[in-house]
Design a binder for this molecule. Structure first.
Ligand code: PMP
Length: 428
């Protein structure tokens, strides 16, 4: 595969954008080489500016659960945008979106729309601190909640990929308020709450960790955290920016039967447009301005075009059987990859939830951040390029979850597995 136009664009971009990109993982730093530039996308495929085609397992990092450029989503956007792009006064689609989210996610009696997952999580912890009158927050090693100051402490995603889990520029006094514990470790959570439970405003967690590859919760773990938070008067915050509307229609909280106090969302509810949201119990959400004193605002929040794209996507995924089909195709892909690795004699393991998966170059099981970090990242890098060369685009980091969409059908999975057999053989 040749990439002359992408190469030229990256050279120009690198002069003007830090690292040549507007979000770090896109730069291919951890896998080496240069990123390709997208020209367009359709269904399960990305097309680059040099005319190459890839089966896309990134899906814009989550929003494209119904496939790229879905006609119903594009129609909704086109229809809505003819009325104007932004009004700065309320519009009906914001109400419809709030009705959709609160009806799908019962723990959210009220929501506030924002413009990114980062805004959603930083607003949610402000609310947790304001509502409890406490300052400390608890997060988990390798979890990523956007780039808000309080979250760049042992963070996942690009921070992990680039070896920058703790960012310069975050005041130590603020970082000191963020307590970090290992995911899936029951005792560590119990001990921390026994020690300082009365000072904890909220505990924020990716219920399935998608930013340190893909780690699933142990049986009873999320329930254990629910009980600790309840006992100590701390708020349980599920960051469902990635898992929301994906691992079940009602997200991880539906899949695992847990009721968080607050939830954060993004990605799918924007259908590819910039969106986030946070929501929770009425008594908590009412404390947000202007009905309460905790300030939160946004010039473009509730943008009509973004609402239209999100609502059209939600309509598609509310079809009966959508998530079952997504789960089945995720298993087909992961079983096939494991089989191909076995044939080639490569140590390899996958983790899966409906529509998302982790790839590990080591034996399983994977239950902790330490397990995930034990994957052979250099080997992943070679596999990544061997797949890319064969027209399959995986997340360009050993520490990011992969995403499936409803557009990934038999043909796309067959192509992927054929590429994988050759790629595993090439790196064995
Ligand atoms: N929370 C989680 C769980 C995420 O995966 C992400 C982004 N991948 C964010 C928050 C931040 O969202 P955004 O990039 O839209 O700011």
């Amino acid at each position: 595969m040749n990439h002359p136009r992408s190469h030229d664009l990256f050279a120009r971009a690198s002069q003007l954008l830090p690292g040549g990109v507007n979000s770090p993982v896109r730069a291919f730093k951890s896998v080496g080489g240069e990123p390709f530039f997208a020209e367009r996308a359709e269904g399960a495929y990305l097309y680059d500016v040099d005319g190459n085609r890839y089966v896309d397992y990134v899906g814009s990092w989550g929003p494209m659960i119904a496939g790229h450029a879905h006609p119903q989503v594009l129609d909704a956007v086109a229809r809505t945008m003819r009325n104007g792009l932004s009004f700065g006064v309320p519009n009906a689609l914001e109400v419809t979106m709030a009705e959709a989210i609160t009806s799908i996610v019962p723990s959210c009696e009220m929501v506030r729309m924002v413009n990114s997952g980062t805004e959603a999580t930083l607003s949610a912890i402000r609310l947790a601190r304001g509502a409890t009158g406490r300052n400390r927050i608890v997060k988990f090693e390798g979890c990523y909640h956007g780039h808000g100051d309080s979250f760049l402490v042992k963070a996942g995603s690009g921070a992990l990929t680039l070896g920058l889990p703790n960012s310069p520029g975050v005041p130590g006094a603020l970082a000191d308020l963020t307590m970090t514990i290992p995911y899936n470790d029951f005792d560590a959570a119990t001990r921390l709450f026994d020690d300082i439970g009365g000072e904890i405003a909220g505990l924020i967690i990716e219920p399935i960790v998608g930013n340190a590859n893909c780690i699933l919760p142990r049986d009873g773990y999320l329930q254990h955290l629910r009980e600790l938070c309840t006992r100590h008067g701390a708020l349980l915050i599920f960051d469902e920016v990635m898992t929301g509307f994906r691992v079940a229609l009602g997200g991880a909280q539906e899949r695992y039967g847990i009721t968080p106090d607050l939830s954060t969302f993004g990605k799918i509810i924007g259908g590819g447009m910039p969106v986030g949201a946070f929501g929770g119990r009425r008594e908590l959400m009412s404390q947000i301005a202007p009905s309460g004193p905790i300030y939160q605002a946004g010039t473009l929040s509730g943008n009509p075009v973004a609402m239209a794209a999100g609502l059209a996507t939600l309509a598609l995924i509310r079809e009966p059987g959508f998530h079952q089909a997504l789960e089945a195709s995720t298993h087909t892909l992961c079983d096939g990859l494991e089989g191909a690795a076995r044939e080639a004699g490569v140590a390899f393991h996958t983790t899966r939830a409906p529509g998302m998966f982790g790839l590990y170059f080591r034996e399983g099981p994977i239950e902790s951040f330490a397990d995930a970090m034990g994957s052979d990242a250099a080997r992943f890098g070679r596999f990544f390029h061997a797949m890319l060369e064969r027209g399959v685009y995986l997340a360009p980091s050993a520490f990011e979850a992969g995403f499936m969409s409803s557009a990934h059908g038999e043909a796309e999975i067959a192509h992927t597995l054929e590429a994988a057999r050759a790629a595993f053989a090439a790196i064995a």
